[in-house]
Design a protein around this ligand. Structure first.
Ligand code: F6P
Length: 342
């Protein structure tokens, strides 16, 4: 069999380790041939490929980003999109099956293509850790490590100046990165999309910390909004192309805290730093195992499924089970963290 591998959607530390795991097990154990699809679904639609063999994946486990490139192309759009065209391109390139590594959007496209008869196995990817079907997704641990280290560093500069430091982390719909990094770094407040908080409560936490002679540390997910300040936030939250812009809520919160409490405040948006660079050891191992499990699924012909982590085991689940369900931070996890606020 000739197996195409693609990475699609936002990049994520560990993507290369998945590719390596799949190729090494696929060539060494199953004696299969691979081809790299460049730039996500765009490569499938336009037939963009690169060689992918045992030698090209050497030393890849620790390398950030994706050697295959990625894009947010939808394979159903454009003149060459749609299942018939994609199948035609795969036939032309002699590709029998695909391993698609990506998040919700990638897996949704993979499901539609599989429903139309294409042979695809998925590997879930998101630093946000918001796919309900899998306990943890690779990239999350690395993002939490990076955010924790950044908060530790911001604490020392905050303490020196007695400033309130507001740190914005990624997490469009859910607050897992904020919760874990905030707990690890001892934040005085953690603000996440799942849990509304008033500006009055946030200022109260900041002020009580400041009154003890400390510098308040407030960690906020990019997806957190303040109802009362929605207009200001959404105005700031769109970029020149009218897309949601990274950064925004911390830039709104810090001056508002300063205005209301008189505590000098600074905003830091960590942004794509959380997605760049080497994956953590945990993510390398998880990603490698996912890649190896994906090739086993291909060999078993488990089309329309993705690999999920349940506890420490990897299991197969159907795309429909995995899609459309966000894994939000449960109330009890937030309440537990909130004991430490203020
Ligand atoms: O879904 C992962 C993620 O990193 C989100 O946390 C963030 O909102 C988004 O991707 C950023 O996307 P882009 O790289 O396209 O700006």
């Amino acid at each position: 069999m000739r197996i195409g591998v693609l990475t699609s959607g936002g990049d994520c530390p560990g993507l290369n380790a998945v590719i390596r795991g799949a190729v090494l097990k696929g060539t060494k154990i199953h004696n299969q041939e691979f081809i790299g699809i460049r730039d996500g679904w765009r490569g499938v639609v336009e037939g963009l490929t690169m060689p992918l063999d045992r030698h090209s994946v050497r030393g890849l486990a620790k390398q950030g980003g994706t050697i295959l490139g990625t894009s947010r192309t939808n394979p159903f759009e454009g003149p060459h999109g749609g299942p018939e065209n994609v199948q035609h391109t795969m036939d032309r390139l002699g590709i029998d099956a695909l391993i698609a590594i990506g998040g919700e959007g990638t897996l949704a496209a993979a499901k539609r293509l599989t429903d139309a008869g294409l042979k695809i196995v998925g590997v879930p990817k998101t630093i946000d850790n918001d796919l309900d079907a899998t306990d943890y997704s690779f990239g999350f641990d690395t993002a939490v490590e990076i955010a924790t280290e950044a908060i530790d560093r911001l604490r020392t500069t905050g303490e020196s100046h007695k400033r309130c430091m507001v740190i914005e982390v990624m997490g469009r719909h859910v607050g897992w990165i904020a919760l874990h990094a905030g707990m690890a770094a001892g934040a005085h407040a953690i603000l996440i999309p799942e849990q509304p908080q008033s500006i009055e409560q946030i200022c109260e936490w900041a002020d009580s910390v400041y009154q003890r002679g400390r510098a308040p540390i407030i960690v906020v997910s990019e997806g957190f909004t303040l109802d009362t300040m929605e207009t200001a936030h959404s105005e700031k939250g769109l970029d020149a192309f009218n897309r949601p812009r990274l950064g925004g809520i911390a830039d709104v919160l810090a001056p508002e805290i300063e205005r209301r409490t008189g505590i000098e405040s600074r905003a830091t948006v960590l942004g794509h730093l959380q997605r760049g660079g080497v994956p953590s050891a945990y993510d390398r191992v998880l990603a490698t195992r996912l890649g190896m499990a994906a090739i086993d699924s291909v060999m078993a012909g488990d089309w329309g499924t993705m690999i999920a982590l349940r506890g420490t085991e990897l299991v197969n689940c159907r795309f429909e089970e995995a899609l459309g369900k966000l894994k939000t931070v449960p109330q009890e996890r937030y309440d537990e963290a909130a004991i430490l606020f203020g």
